[in-house]
Write a protein that binds this ligand. Structure first.
Ligand code: 1GP
Length: 235
């Protein structure tokens, strides 16, 4: 029997990077009110406890689930306002540090680790130009059947609840998203990368359970994000 998880009901996540500015006149409250199902706070570069805490504080007043996605153990914030931690483990990383190494360090830092509120995301990193690919030394040279196999092992061998197809900074290949979707059954498939309007959100959400929107919030603002919420929920 499988238990239900919050993300079973989500279509859309807004990922806020604490190291990036918001467009003029846009507040975190405006972003929380776009209709997104959850806010994920995290980024790859320039993340500190201070800038993360500021975003948590600003979003906590609004009625939307709030998760931290820590990029490394030293930026994890123990904050009551958080609904939990979504922790990446990069299945196609070249460096084992990003598969289990960082996680081991994190557990060692903490005497009473918050297992109740922690879930891993099985990342498959697809854009070789993205910081996350460089950082993790990811092998992005993958065909649809490679991605499907990673998604399948994430779910079936490693029991991952979330498989995250990460194209950060570019719109992905629909055929590959579809292959990942067909390879997963119980796991929730997150798709992130390059979603910028209704159509791009709709096209990825046809196959992914949840679409993640990142840079758009920082580059364009609220109306553009709201369009992607509509695209994701209509699909
Ligand atoms: C990044 O998957 C997210 O981790 C979203 O990507 O910034 O390209 O929307 P974008």
């Amino acid at each position: 029997m499988t238990t239900s998880t919050p993300w079973d009901d989500w279509d859309h996540i807004l990922k806020i990077d604490p190291d990036k500015e918001l467009p003029d006149g846009v507040t975190y409250g405006d972003l929380c009110a776009t209709g997104t199902d959850a806010i994920e706070i995290g980024g790859t570069m320039g993340i500190t406890e201070e800038n993360t805490a500021a975003v948590i504080e600003a979003c906590a007043e609004h009625d939307v689930p709030l998760y931290q996605e820590p990029s490394s153990p030293d930026v994890v914030l123990e904050a009551e306002e958080l609904d939990g931690y979504l922790v990446p483990t990069v299945f196609n990383a070249g460096s084992p540090f990003w598969i289990t190494g960082a996680h081991k360090e994190w557990v060692q830092l903490d005497d009473e680790y918050d297992w109740e509120r922690t879930t891993t995301e099985a990342y498959i990193v697809m854009n070789p130009e993205a910081d996350v690919a460089t950082y993790t030394e990811a092998d992005c040279d993958l065909e649809a059947d490679d991605v499907a196999a990673y998604a399948e092992i994430a779910e079936r061998m490693f029991g991952q609840e979330i498989v995250y197809l990460e194209y950060s900074g570019m719109l992905g290949d629909e055929g590959i998203v579809r292959a990942a979707s067909e390879a997963t059954n119980e796991a929730t498939l997150f798709y992130g990368g390059g979603i910028h309007d209704y159509d791009s959100a709709y096209s990825m959400a046809q196959y992914a359970d949840v679409v993640v929107v990142g840079d758009l919030a920082h580059d364009e603002g609220v109306d553009a994000v709201r369009e992607t919420v509509e695209g994701a929920s209509d699909a």
